[in-house]
Design a binder for this molecule. Structure first.
Ligand SMILES: [Zn+2]
Length: 299
């Protein structure tokens, strides 16, 4: 039973929305977030056929004594909590005296230390709340083109060609969720942080962003041809209402403090045709507040 489904992380969602409209301060960071998310989705897909009675909590952000730690996927079984950490690295690696290196010898962050840190912090957190469950953590390498030379057999890791047997092993576990597990899951969900206060969002200014409607499929700017919106790059077309409503959602997400007015949305969508279309849509879909030129809309 999935208690917390995976969502696009706020930081990634923000960067996805900003990227076509401005130059991101750190493109590589954005690409890393995309890769990480792809790996996590791969992990979800692999575990879709988990049939054992258990609780699944995705993307849990917890804090223990001011230390934040993130758990990609938590599986609560009757006797054990499994922490799964997705690693979407591609290429050849080897372990040299506890150091993880690329085949060309460049040291990378040791993923085993990261997951051990989460495991330790979670154990302390549970102890604080007087909940004692054995915890096991496993790295799951989610990229099909990942290879680790001289991987020690005892390494708590699952490689792409082992995932099937890993799932079989989980499906063979004797497990039943009871009151105790409900309490544990409830507690963890209550302790979850929606936002990591250490995340640094790029500065962005409404006036400096490129305006227009972005294609839902390829994120290029679309052209308003009067009846509908068309993407010149991939050919996707969308009716006027859907395209504008989607853009309003993006506007609200990026600028929660800016008012929704006909002029603002007309500007945000980079429209050239009639403002009446926007006005009609806002009147139909939102609640109008204020009068005449001072009017704005709320959900
Ligand atoms: Zn497109």
């Amino acid at each position: 039973m999935i208690l917390k489904p995976r969502e696009v992380p706020t930081e990634l969602k923000t960067l996805r929305l900003l990227r076509p409209r401005m130059t991101l301060p750190d493109e590589q960071h954005y690409l890393n977030l995309e890769k990480g998310f792809t790996g996590e989705q791969q992990l979800d897909t692999w575990l879709e056929n988990l049939t054992t009675d258990c609780f699944v909590i995705n993307d849990l952000l917890l804090q223990q004594n001011r230390n934040f730690f993130q758990i990609d996927k938590m599986l609560i079984f009757q006797e054990t909590i499994y922490l799964l950490d997705s690693k979407y690295s591609k290429g050849d690696f080897f372990i040299d005296d506890d150091k993880w290196k690329t085949i060309s010898g460049i040291e990378i962050q040791n993923p085993q230390l990261q997951i051990k840190r989460s495991e330790t912090l979670l154990r302390k957190l549970l102890q604080q709340h007087r909940m004692n469950f054995p915890i096991e953590s496993t790295l799951v390498f989610t990229h099909s083109e990942f290879y680790l030379y001289n991987a020690p057999p005892k390494l708590p890791a699952v490689f792409p060609n082992q995932i099937h047997r890993f799932l079989e092993k989980l499906n063979r576990l004797d497990s039943k969720m009871t009151y105790k597990h409900n309490k544990l899951a409830e507690k963890l969900l209550a302790l979850h942080f929606h936002k990591n206060p250490h995340t640094q969002f790029p500065d962005y200014d409404y006036h400096e962003l490129k305006k227009g409607v972005l294609c839902v499929s390829c994120r290029s700017f679309m052209t308003d041809n009067g009846v509908n919106w068309v993407c010149a790059k991939c050919g996707y077309d969308e009716d006027n209402k859907t395209a504008i409503m989607r853009s309003i959602e993006e506007y609200k997400f990026l600028f929660p403090n800016r008012k929704i007015t006909t002029n603002n949305i007309y500007d945000w969508c980079g429209m050239k045709s009639s403002k009446k279309k926007v006005n009609k849509l806002l009147t139909n879909r939102f609640i109008r507040m204020g009068h005449a030129n001072a009017s704005y809309y709320i959900d």
